[in-house]
Write a protein of this length. Structure first.
Length: 500
């Protein structure tokens, strides 16, 4: 009964005209971001953060959330029609989706992606409503030691589940932690790593880092490639699935939803890992495994369900624990801080309308996405044909305006450009920037919990292993690092990320 009352409050909040409008704006922008290769939800949300300053907190979060899960929908369109995934999580969809389009079944592939995504998103939202409250209640019992261990486990998981070299991932996390220490020490008032620059006294704004690494860095990297986007067809038809098609996609959608929901909660996991893992499993268990890579409808249904479920359940640790599971959730936490909201379990009790309104908006957003993706496919097809050299000046302009509006300082623009150059270098070296952003956001939190725990224990370092929950989480972190360093598992990990 209590859950029903909470959901009633959520739908009452989400069904206001203002919040419905921002939900629609969010999913529309998210779909467009997913459709256009070279953009992404991280860069887009980073660009729009300054625009949310004047919005009510719930409206801002509803819009930014819609951009995130809307991008998962939109990324499948380019993957299917032009073999050019708009999102990293849609890479796997392109394998069979593009072959279906070449075989004249583009409509079926798009319908499968939309319906699988809608089902997965709906189920994942139900799981969010069911499991978030008890997890938040548990988190309220955590002390500084438990939170420090939880943050440590999250960072280790982001390293273990990051694609590419383990050494690169560890280095990026450590760099993010160091960057998070820049500024004035709250306890002592001492400037740290500011190089006597007054502009650095308050630290580096995470919007600058995100825009530089994911916005400017992506622009430079994409300008290297002269992409040709030859459409398989300019008009898509045959969006109705047959009875046989439904029979073939039901089990893959269920399996993808379950797997994606579980992996989405893990720090560093989320939509991309869910789609890769789902496709790999489906290829082994499906009766039509011989058709995979040649246009198997199961190869579209499973990863699309998985990546959307993963995107939705990644909100669980962010809303209940205040711990980001991926770069987008890190930006969402930043948006909450900008709005004066302290992320963590207290959000559910102190601002129930915001908490449950955001959950209810996800159901509404999933419905909007089905409406946007299928009837408006003609618009998305036209957007694919926009040359990138016409897009990047607008992206650059929005990034610059957004960063300048933070402090009205041109220093921030130069700093963004510097991070953009660094992001490009990281891409060339194969170093994924996501662990760095997570380390940058989590670093100050980690330091605060460490200091509090040591202060309360009178500088006893054994406090982290004397408390059972803290000891278990630290043990899991150590075990995860040891296991992934084993030669056999390291090889399997690398194969899993490069299979597609």
């Amino acid at each position: 009964m209590e859950l029903i009352n909470h959901l009633a409050l959520g739908f009452e909040t989400a069904f206001t005209l203002t919040n419905l409008m921002y939900c629609l704006i969010g999913v529309f922008v998210g779909t467009a971001v997913g459709v256009l290769p070279g953009l992404g939800p991280v860069a887009t949300i980073a660009m729009l953060l300054p625009a949310t300053f004047g919005l009510p907190p719930i409206s801002a979060l509803i819009m930014l959330s819609g951009i995130y899960y809307g991008a998962q929908y939109g990324g499948s369109t380019t993957a299917i029609l032009v073999n050019l995934p708009g999102e990293s999580s849609s890479v796997v969809t392109a394998i069979d989706g593009y072959q279906m389009a070449r075989n004249g079944h583009a409509g079926k592939a798009l319908a499968t992606a939309a319906l699988g995504s809608f089902f997965a998103g709906t189920v994942a939202t139900v799981l969010l409503a069911l499991f978030a409250p008890p997890l938040a209640d548990l988190a309220l019992k955590f002390g500084p030691a438990e939170y420090f261990s939880l943050v440590t486990l999250g960072l280790v998981a982001s390293v273990v589940l990051a694609s590419g070299s383990l050494l690169n991932a560890v280095g990026m996390v450590l760099l993010g932690l160091l960057l998070g220490l820049i500024g004035t020490d709250v306890n002592s008032g001492t400037a740290r790593y500011t190089f006597d620059m007054p502009e650095m006294a308050d630290g580096i704004n995470f919007v600058i880092v995100a825009m530089g690494m994911f916005g400017i860095g992506e622009i430079v990297r994409n300008l290297e490639h002269d992409e040709t986007r030859n459409l398989v067809m300019k008009k898509v038809s045959g969006l109705m699935l047959s009875k046989d098609d439904f029979k073939r996609i039901i089990a893959p959608v269920f399996r993808g939803t379950i797997l994606g929901s579980a992996l989405g909660i893990l720090p560093g996991g989320g939509a991309m890992l869910a789609s890769f893992a789902s496709y790999s499993i489906e290829k082994k268990v499906s009766k039509n495994s011989a058709q995979f890579g040649k246009g198997a409808i199961e190869g579209v249904a499973a990863p699309e369900a998985a990546n959307n479920a993963g995107a939705q359940t990644s909100f669980i640790p962010m809303l209940t624990l205040g711990i980001p599971s991926n770069p987008v959730m890190a930006l969402m936490i930043g948006a909450m801080i900008i709005q004066g909201i302290q992320p963590g379990p207290a959000v559910m009790t102190e601002q129930p309308a915001l908490f449950w309104g955001l959950i209810a908006s996800m159901w509404i957003g999933n419905f909007f996405l089905v409406v946007l993706n299928l009837p408006m496919i003609g618009l998305w097809v036209k957007m694919i044909t926009v040359p990138y050299h016409r897009l990047f000046p607008a992206i650059l302009m929005f990034c610059s305006i957004g960063v300048f509006s933070l402090n009205n300082s041109d220093f921030d623009i130069w700093l963004m450009a510097l991070f953009g150059l660094f992001g490009y270098i990281c891409a060339k070296l194969g170093a994924e920037p996501a662990p760095m952003l997570l380390g940058f956001i989590i670093g100050p939190m980690m330091e605060e919990y460490l200091r509090r725990a040591l202060l309360l224990s009178r500088s006893d370092p054994f406090v982290f292993v004397q408390r059972p929950i803290s000891a278990v989480m630290l043990g899991l972190a150590v075990a995860a690092m040891i296991i992934v360093l084993l030669p056999t598992l390291r090889k399997k990990r690398e194969e899993a990320f490069h299979e597609a």
